[in-house]
Design a protein around this ligand. Sequence first.
Ligand SMILES: [Zn+2]
Length: 89
Amino acid sequence: MKSTGIIRGLDNMGRVVIPKEIRKFLDMTEGVDEFEIYMQDDCIVLKKHKPNCVFCGIEEDCIDFEGQLVCKNCIEKMQKIKEEIQNIE
Ligand SMILES: [Zn+2]
């Protein structure tokens, strides 16, 4: 983990402002992008949230299905299961 040397305080609502240069570096858009919050020992780690497949977690080639993202690889796996079921019947 790399130190930025930046120190920021919490406001009385528990909020902290992420410095503009860090938001720009991560290509974050205010009011749009989200962070995932992780705990690591006594640290809070913020990771830019990227939508990912509900089954395997990868971020690439995802398609929205009923409000959930599913990747093409998992769709192919489900297709194979469907074909196996149809062969049994
Ligand atoms: Zn997947």
